[in-house]
Design a binder for this molecule. Structure first.
Ligand SMILES: Cc1cc2nc3c(=O)[nH]c(=O)nc-3n(C[C@H](O)[C@H](O)[C@H](O)COP(=O)(O)OP(=O)(O)OC[C@H]3O[C@@H](n4cnc5c(N)ncnc54)[C@H](O)[C@@H]3O)c2cc1C
Length: 284
């Protein structure tokens, strides 16, 4: 398939990119890794009149931890997965990057593109919900970022520059689990769980994000509330799994009937919580 014709310009820096977008009269789209945008254009499901390529803007791919974790929006999935800070201190993010598509896609696709695309089947939105992330200059809390399917709170002339993740408290852990039909596919369902335990091993904070079981990535807030103050035993995790399943809003499609997906949310929530708790207590 061949995309409709479009104009194309390379941005030199962030200010230039914003200026190009602003001058496009709403026709402009950021081009990052192109792994979602180009296929949509080839199928003519998107027909932007103007692409602003941000791939040569320097300084947008850094990862720094200083009070909080700051990840440049242009970081490629492969670099995110291999980053030592991410692997050692935020393994939930490495879990997530590792199950996005396949190595070819991961060499190009960016974290910013994954979030800005706002496909409920994308894997990072649930993880960023669980990690309570915000973004760069105009700070948009993650709960307000995903407005609807393929729609975020970013204005048409705004660029996602940075993702900011609060530093985890002591005895914190997180994990992302995804069920897929085959390696490289979008999720049938995915669950991101992050927990903090108190000194007695009770759950003092929990956040849960769900992938591809709603119009956007969604937070399982009733499940989170159920976990608060509880000991991390099988009964508690089973109750949280059931609550998350009840909060999910899957639809039947080629990846399975809605009831099956709901039950997978139940199972994956328990497993992701178990893994997050193991990591919070020093396990892998
Ligand atoms: C074969 C295949 C399999 C895939 N499987 C998965 C999967 O399993 N899980 C998954 O999560 N994804 C999957 N994807 C989708 C893709 O990997 C992600 O959506 C990807 O991360 C998009 O990033 P990108 O940099 O390529 O974005 P692009 O395609 O360049 O852009 C996507 C959208 O985001 C906007 N955008 C990009 N960067 C910014 C920015 N910094 N600021 C503002 N707007 C921006 C663009 O304008 C566009 O609307 C798959 C894709 C392919 C081709």
């Amino acid at each position: 398939m061949i995309p409709a014709s479009f104009d194309y310009q390379v941005a030199n820096d962030v200010a230039h990119a914003i200026q190009l977008l602003a001058s496009s009269g709403g026709e402009g789209k950021v081009l990052a890794g192109g792994q979602s945008l180009i296929p949509l254009m080839k199928f003519r499901l998107a027909q932007p009149g103007f692409l602003v390529d941000i791939n040569r803007v320097s300084g947008l791919s850094a990862i720094r931890e200083n009070g909080e974790l700051r990840i440049g929006a242009l970081i490629r999935e492969a670099d995110l997965e291999a980053n030592p800070i991410v692997r050692q201190r935020y393994p939930i993010i490495a879990d997530t990057a590792a199950v996005v598509a396949d190595p070819l896609v991961r060499n190009l696709a960016t974290l910013g593109g994954n979030l800005a695309h706002a496909d409920p089947a994308n894997d990072h939105p649930a993880t960023m919900l669980a990690l309570r992330a915000t973004n760069g200059e105009r700070v948009i809390p993650i709960d307000e970022f995903f407005v609807d399917t393929f729609t975020t709170a970013l204005a048409s002339d705004e660029i996602l520059i940075q993702i900011r993740i609060p530093k985890p408290a002591a005895r914190s852990g997180g994990a992302y689990l995804k069920l897929e039909r085959k390696v490289g596919d979008f999720a049938i369902a995915g669950v991101a769980a992050a927990v903090t335990l108190d000194e007695r091993g009770r759950i003092s904070a929990a956040s849960i994000g769900l992938t591809n079981v709603g119009p956007t990535a969604i937070r399982a807030q009733r499940a989170e509330k159920l976990l608060f103050g509880q000991s991390a035993d099988d009964k508690t995790l089973a109750a949280a799994g059931a609550a998350a399943a009840a909060e999910s809003q899957p639809v039947s499609d080629l990846r399975g009937p809605a009831d099956y997906k709901r039950d997978m949310v139940r199972v994956l929530t328990q497993r992701a919580l178990r893994k997050a708790i193991a990591r919070a207590t020093g396990g892998a």
